[in-house]
Design a protein around this ligand. Structure first.
Ligand SMILES: Cc1ncc(C[n+]2csc(CCOP(=O)(O)OP(=O)(O)O)c2C)c(N)n1
Ligand SMILES: [Mg+2]
Length: 320
């Protein structure tokens, strides 16, 4: 699929929805509506949207605790997502999973995962299922730069390479693993360099450019679906918010954040749509108004949704 004009505007709309959705989450967290830990992907919307546009609805996906944006981009109903965050019965996990455990088999979402690197082998298993069942589904697994030193990550990469599994390893390199800079964790210039050791295709892409992200992911999806095996994508990105709500951010300078903010895709992508693709300011304003109205409805739905029944607390949680 080549991106049409409508696709581009839709990509902007999804990116903006994710941004406003998460800004609202931060407000709900501060007002005590959301409990536990909250890890927004503010600043990383272009990777989620660029990659997911290249996927089919029935393709498998795993992601991390920073996966709200990817789940929404893959097609998770934002009302169900917000209700889940607020612990309501109408949530995608019936309010029992919360921020770090969004799951929806209808869109291939096999779960967010709070354990660093743990979604990677799960996605390899899903890719193996697709290969054995000859379904032509592919799997994508999103993870951070902090996951690449996990043992399970190496095993999963190697297994996918030797068996030519239909999987995309999508690393969002946002330069920090929690509070640790990437340069203190690995001794290679780019994480993509690691893929050669497994005999795997790899590419590094600007994660602040949704079209570039789409293009590399589309190539990887075509390769996987065509039986040509896995690809490792390293997207260079940056979170414009702390690691989680409440992060005092002593490990980075305000100047560094401001430097990245100048390239914030939420402001630069619509400019690109106007300058290069012939959209008007009115088109952008209309999308912005639609997203604002949608978000008000999403929040209202979640706030008005009922709580789960306490007597059902253990249902669907553990296998009998
Ligand atoms: C196995 C494991 N070790 C440590 C942690 C604690 N921890 C939570 S988030 C995180 C940083 C992960 O960084 P990265 O993979 O780069 O993802 P990012 O948060 O930058 O999106 C760590 C170490 C964990 N959740 N799981
Ligand atoms: Mg990181």
């Amino acid at each position: 699929m080549t991106l049409e004009r409508d696709d581009l505007l839709q990509m902007f709309k999804t990116m903006l929805l994710i941004r406003h959705f998460e800004e609202q989450c931060v407000e709900f967290y501060k007002s005590g509506e959301i409990h536990g830990s909250l890890h927004p992907c503010i600043g990383q919307e272009a990777t989620a949207v660029g990659a997911c546009v290249a996927l089919r609805r029935d393709d498998y996906m795993t992601c991390t605790y920073r996966g709200h944006g990817q789940a929404l981009a893959k097609g998770l109903d934002p009302k169900q997502a917000m209700a889940e965050l607020l612990g309501r019965k109408t949530g995608c996990n019936q309010g029992k999973g919360g921020s770090m455990h969004f799951t929806d088999p209808d869109i291939g979402l096999l779960g967010e995962n709070a354990i660093v690197g743990a979604g990677v082998p799960i996605a390899v298993g899903a890719a193996m299922t697709a290969q054995l069942d000859k379904t032509d589904r592919v799997a994508i697994t999103f993870f951070g730069d902090g996951a690449v030193n996990q043992g399970a990550f190496h095993e999963a990469m190697n297994m996918a390479a030797i068996w030519d599994l239909p999987i995309i390893f999508f690393c969002e390199n946002n330069l920090y693993s929690e509070m640790t800079p990437i340069k203190d964790m690995v001794n290679v210039a780019q994480l993509a360099d690691r893929a050669a050791a497994y005999g795997m295709q790899a590419v590094t892409v600007d994660g602040y450019d949704p079209i570039a992200v789409y293009e590399v992911t589309k190539a990887a999806v075509d390769r996987a679906r065509g039986g040509e095996g896995p690809t490792f994508i390293e997207a260079m990105t940056y979170r414009l918010f702390g690691h989680m709500v409440g992060d005092a951010e002593p490990y980075r300078t305000k100047a560094e954040v401001e430097e990245w903010r100048k390239r914030d895709p939420i402001t630069t992508f619509p400019k690109q749509l106007i300058d290069k693709f012939g959209f008007t300011k009115a088109d952008i304003e209309a999308v912005t108004a639609e997203v604002e109205a949608e978000l008000a409805e999403i929040s209202r739905f979640a706030l008005e949704s009922p709580w789960p029944d306490v007597s059902k607390i253990a249902e669907d949680v553990f296998a009998a």
